[in-house]
Design a protein around this ligand. Sequence first.
Ligand SMILES: Cc1cc2nc3c(=O)[nH]c(=O)nc-3n(C[C@H](O)[C@H](O)[C@H](O)COP(=O)(O)OP(=O)(O)OC[C@H]3O[C@@H](n4cnc5c(N)ncnc54)[C@H](O)[C@@H]3O)c2cc1C
Length: 354
Amino acid sequence: MREIRILGAGVSGLTSAINLSKSGYKTTVFDRAGDSGTRFGGDLQGLENWSSDTNVVDELKQSGVKINFDCDPFRKVILTDGKEEARVTFKSPIFYLVKRGAFDGTLDNALKQQALDAGADLRYKEKPAAPIDIFATGPESKRVLGVDKGIVFETDMEDTAVALADIDAGYMGYSYLLVTKGYGCVCSAITKDLGMINKCFTSTLKIFEKMYGLEVRRPRKVGGVATFNYRGKLVDNGKLYVGEAAGLQDFLWGFGIRSAIVSGYLASESISKGLDYKKLIEKRYRGYIRSAVVNRFLWEKFGKRGYGEMIKKVKSVEDPDRLFHKLYSYTTAHKIVFPFARMMLKPHYPRAGF
Ligand SMILES: Cc1cc2nc3c(=O)[nH]c(=O)nc-3n(C[C@H](O)[C@H](O)[C@H](O)COP(=O)(O)OP(=O)(O)OC[C@H]3O[C@@H](n4cnc5c(N)ncnc54)[C@H](O)[C@@H]3O)c2cc1C
């Protein structure tokens, strides 16, 4: 079988490598960094479990990925605007916490090991000499729309997940506090006036200290950038694009791990079974991407005033799982609002490819 060359040994590229190697292809992955996961420094990130009927862990397994990394389910979440609070218990895990970075227990390290076990050849700090088949290079600098700044730390706090929607703490974005097994992460994520990130992060810390007794030992800085591309390149001259390099990122909250893994898998399926990659992605992600555009528009439109109302709404619903699922289901309401949302967001996000 022919050799498949992949650029980028991150989540999406490694998923393609795992599956292609298992299908018998000679698979070589090139990465400009010294290891997989060096973009992160132990950040806690959420594998969202709300955008599909299929449980994300099952979808990962269907995508050829083994769960041999820390992956802690969270059913209880606190949503707050810094004043109102909703303590929500979901029937199923609303997300699974994973660690990112280049060390034991992280998602990145686990996928790297799975790719090696499957027989892939991973070449770090090496440029490919021959043409690339799959581009899995993560965020593209000219598409950066958001920035995330925070810390990871040791703590005696109990396991918790708090999402904070407050204009000063996460301007047009949000902030979060996550703690699992004595390890915590606090971040502020914003999508506008990116220079405000330091101020936002300081406000975030103050709110979490006051409301939840944030207790931090041995903090280390983490953070990074996020992209979104409405017209992400999926196929170009026979080359496939996966993960964030294809623009497959949630425009509302910046979640991208799940789509990186699934698109990495679909790229491998397209190669090994001769399927149309663009069609596979459009079937799985067209509605998701459009819903996220609508959700972002509403998030920004109702802003400060709306956060408190949203929290009241979440508090009052009987089935919060269904509510979150509906957010990404591309309902009739989404379909009606979508053209308007896209038109209104276009001038504010010239890098989003609208
Ligand atoms: C601070 C932060 C918090 C986040 N939190 C969440 C979260 O809670 N949940 C969630 O789902 N998502 C989250 N995301 C997004 C998520 O991390 C990404 O969507 C996901 O990692 C994208 O996977 P990928 O495979 O596309 O890219 P990556 O995993 O970034 O991998 C890209 C790889 O390509 C390599 N590379 C780049 N350019 C080149 C090149 N020219 N040549 C060779 N190699 C190259 C890089 O070194 C890297 O190894 C967060 C992102 C940030 C920054």
